[in-house]
Ligand binder design. Structure first.
Ligand SMILES: Cc1cc2nc3c(=O)[nH]c(=O)nc-3n(C[C@H](O)[C@H](O)[C@H](O)COP(=O)(O)OP(=O)(O)OC[C@H]3O[C@@H](n4cnc5c(N)ncnc54)[C@H](O)[C@@H]3O)c2cc1C
Length: 477
């Protein structure tokens, strides 16, 4: 085959040089032009500013990618414009034989790729890599998508061979001379109109590899016992790296498998399977970003209550774990998984507010905010999702706090007004003896709110509303 000229179109979910199928494909066939398009859908300051945590990670990752490509002898060519217009136009101007990229599972990316494909035809080639198994490939015996996680995970592990990741290339050809003059500057937090936040995880493949290394050394062994504890750094913190593709999922899977055995490893691989399940489900049901998975939930009578919404968003509900989650999100773009489940359930079930509003809010502020996983998490928590938490199970936020944050360290970190409340009362300050509260410097209703809803009332209200709407009892108490 004669040498080809290939544009490697990096998008926001594959920002790495190792285990990158499109880059490997291009490098094996001739000239390589690495491209990133600054699409105003994300990169206009008025769009980027509300997504500051994610955009900061993305900016870091782009700078890291550009440095890695430069070290290999190439260059990341950065071009502003709408990708559906820019990519076909550049392919023509640069006389590219092909444009290669990594496939997205999310509906927005699929719609974009369909347009680019219509313009470029067979010259546009998509490679898999966002997930361990190509979307749509794990099927039940009757060929249908799985609706339950456990058989899905079993089938994934039994039928999908996960090849070892490819190493990063050791060199790349220089960008061709006729392209060399093209390209804009990389964006920065400043050009995108927001201030850098040092609490947000550093983005990029270099930082992600270091996080992986530290987790495998210090965290994997105890992961099964520590992962649910909100007060411990017991999880990998690799979610944003997986979301932006600064690590490929098979890099993480293989490195963990090489590093460990036992329950820590199995529990960790199981979470990676949940990630697969979320992406596979959204691939087969793109409508899920707007609708509940279970049709009986359509038209659910969510309440409107702006005061309750504002209290939930800003961490002033009077339920310490819920408030810690809200404040951690706004401060650093992350929430512990257990706190996500408690806070999401609280919005939908205790407050009876539409989970989609919470889903949008989190998608905006989470550094790892991902259409598939965020939607799956919210629908699971509300009870309307694919293999969701049964709708009649209502988390008790106080009991969850006492169990998974036994000394209250998580709450005290994010809700400092409770810092001096003894562990015994920190998850239920409204029940603490008044004298004790006074000596801890807390005036309820002044320094820290009283609960905005009573747990028993809220639980009963949700169950009655759900039972009336769903019109059935399936196993509910
Ligand atoms: C309401 C709600 C919303 C969520 N939104 C997101 C989101 O937008 N983006 C996101 O990446 N995760 C989301 N999750 C899943 C989970 O909370 C995060 O992946 C996890 O907390 C990230 O921390 P970690 O990397 O330390 O996880 P670890 O415990 O170290 O897990 C390893 C990896 O497995 C995946 N994973 C872990 N738990 C889940 C899960 N329950 N579902 C799917 N994948 C999982 C993640 O990619 C994670 O990085 C959500 C969960 C809930 C309940």
């Amino acid at each position: 085959m004669s040498p080809q000229r290939t544009v490697v179109w990096f998008r926001g979910k594959d920002l790495r040089i190792a285990d990158h199928a499109p880059l490997r494909d291009a490098a094996a066939s001739g000239e390589v032009i690495p491209l990133f398009v600054l699409d105003p859908h994300f990169f206009a300051p008025e769009r980027a500013r509300p997504l500051a945590h994610r955009m900061q990670y993305l900016v870091d990752a782009l700078h890291d990618l550009a440095a890695s490509l430069a070290a290999l002898g190439s260059r990341l060519v950065v071009v502003p414009g709408r990708s559906v217009d820019v990519v076909p136009a550049l392919a023509k101007r640069w006389r590219a034989d092909r444009v290669v990229a990594q496939r997205w599972t999310a509906p927005l990316g699929r719609a974009r790729d369909a347009k680019v494909s219509a313009a470029l035809g067979r010259r546009f080639v998509l490679h898999d890599g966002e997930t361990l198994a190509p979307p749509g490939s794990v099927r039940s015996g009757s060929g249908t998508p799985y609706r339950v996680f456990t058989p899905f995970a079993k089938a994934l592990r039994a039928t999908v061979t996960i090849p070892r990741p490819w190493p990063a290339p050791t060199s790349l050809p220089a960008v061709p001379d006729d392209v060399a003059a093209d390209g804009a500057a990389l964006p920065t937090c400043e050009t995108l109109g927001f201030a850098r936040n040092d609490r947000v995880l550093r983005g990029g493949e270099t930082a992600a590899e270091e996080r992986l290394r530290v987790f495998l050394r210090d965290g994997l062994g105890a992961y099964a016992t520590h992962r649910d504890r909100m007060d411990l750094a017991g999880t990998s913190r690799l979610s944003a790296d997986l979301k932006f593709g600064t690590l490929s999922p098979r890099r993480v899977w293989t490195a963990a498998s090489d590093a460990g055995g036992g329950t820590g490893l199995q529990s960790f691989l199981n979470e990676l399977c949940w990630r697969e399940f979320a992406h596979a489900t959204l691939w087969d049901h793109p409508e899920l970003l707007d609708e509940p998975f279970q049709p009986a939930w359509k038209g659910f009578p969510w309440r409107t209550d702006e005061a309750a919404w504002e209290a939930w968003v800003h961490g002033r509900t009077g339920y310490p774990v819920v408030d810690a989650a809200a404040r951690q999100l706004l401060a650093e773009g992350h929430i512990h998984n257990r706190a996500r489940m408690v806070a999401a359930s609280f919005l939908a079930k205790h407050l009876l507010l539409d989970f989609r509003r919470g889903e949008d809010h989190w998608l905006r502020h989470l550094t790892d905010g991902d259409w598939a996983q965020n939607d799956a998490g919210w629908q699971w928590s509300a009870g309307c999702g694919c293999d969701a938490q049964p709708w009649f199970r209502v988390f008790n936020p106080v009991a969850q706090g006492e169990r998974f944050d036994p000394d209250g360290a998580y709450v005290k970190r994010w809700v400092p007004e409770l810092a001096n409340v003894p562990s015994k009362w920190v998850h239920r300050p409204d029940e603490a003896p008044p004298l004790l509260l006074r000596s801890a410097g807390v005036r309820l209703g002044v320094d820290y709110p009283r609960p905005i809803v009573d747990h028993a009332m809220a639980r009963a209200r949700f169950l009655a509303t759900a039972r009336a709407h769903l019109g059935r009892g399936d196993g509910d108490p």
